[in-house]
Design a protein around this ligand. Sequence first.
Ligand code: ADP
Ligand code: ASP
Ligand code: MG
Length: 491
Amino acid sequence: MNLRPVDAPAVIPDNGRPANGPVVMKFGGTSCEDAAALTRLARIVADRGPEHPVVVVSAMAKVTDSLVELARLALAGDIATADAVIARLRERHLTALRELAGEALPAALAEAEAAVHGLLQDLSELVRGIAAVGELTDRTRDAMLSFGERLSPWLARLALESAGLRAQIVDARHVIVTDAQHTHAQPLYPESQRHADERLVPLIAAGVIPVLGGFIAATSQGVTSTFGRGGSDFSGAILGALLGARRIEIWTDVDGMLTADPRVCDGVRRIKVISFQEAAESAYFGAKVLHPSTLLPAMEKSIPVWVLNSRADMKILSGPPDGQLTGTLITTRAPRTRSPIKCISCKRKIAVIDVVSTRMLQAHGFLQAIWDVFARYECPVDMVSTSEVSVSLTVSDTRSLVEIVDELGRFAEVRYEGRKAIICLVGESLRNTPGVAAKVFSAMGDINLRMISQGASEINIGMVIEDDDVPRAMRQLHDRFLVDLDPAVFA
Ligand code: ADP
Ligand code: ASP
Ligand code: MG
């Protein structure tokens, strides 16, 4: 059983548009990490010219990590080190801008340089403000982390203009409206729809490419919010749904969705086509290539999503994407495969909490009391297994763990252990392939399984193991299940 917040979007209004609108192209951090990457980005966008591209960019690679570090330095009152970090950010952005503009675009370069200086001045003031009050709320953290995606559109715009394209920056915070759950905001679609109609549709109609930062949005009161780490994918999908996009493209640093994370497992293969449900389960259980919420708006509007490699050979990128050539198509229905599993993902560094009833409560009251605690701390539970007197559950957001354990301890015995991981096998064909669980157990060999669950969606099997065992488990499972693959589905 999986318990997670049902974060299905509040219904996206029917904007009456058939899904043959623009193509929304989201570029991740490595796809805009320097002038060379941004030049490739511009060529890819130029390729989509007749399809009315809308460009969504992440912060340059590692910039958000630097902002997280800045927040820490600000809290510690270490202004000198913080200033050095800001100086490096300034240098990196200005260098890329100058390389992109060359001699050709002095006015556009001057405007972008002024914007970068202005934004980094604001960042510096925010750092000083945090140091002065010695406190960092989630709201201020969102403000801090937003700077990467406020800077990067200036780079993307200059790259597009250098390639002879007409582009205009639109502040994502003036388009996407969210609730006030800072650091993990949820979009409010009706309000966002109005803004998209007013600010994006006329630009697209005029043949101008809107350029927006991903990850960031604003509450109805205009306060900056974010979708959580990796959230630019979600921004791309939200905009795709609002604009009735014909296609959403997620441009990244790997060839598409792969059978496992190549950083954890050797011999992975590209998945050519995968269903929304399969991709969503894999993303939720750790396939970092997509933010877990990305597919909800696309699914609701049946917009195909492609995952593509911005570093791939440019020749194969010409024209609309074609599953035979490159990338992964994520769509409503994907063909069944011989292998019951398409993808193995892992969520690492999670905690397992065991809660044992002290019999003060009846069984049903016991479960209710447990869920109440997790709900109060807005802490999603990924996996659960229960008996009448005990419940084991896993959480990946361990920020409130101490408080949660303390509260549970008022009516139960509680133990918790860190350094665990969930491994999740996903595939539509799991539904009607008997005996997979036995094969999984035999593939795991002597690796200790702490918890096991088959999702209600029937398309995943999850296991909790020691984090240290992850590489070995992934390899053993991959070798057992992802061999002799259908060429129609796997490259
Ligand atoms: P971006 O900055 O483009 O958003 P991310 O780093 O967020 O890129 O996501 C891409 C990374 O996701 C890949 O480099 C890869 O290591 C990791 N990844 C994890 N699981 C998968 C998977 N199943 N398929 C592809 N990539 C995966
Ligand atoms: N820049 C943000 C991050 O690093 C969002 C994203 O890249 O999608 O988490
Ligand atoms: Mg990402």
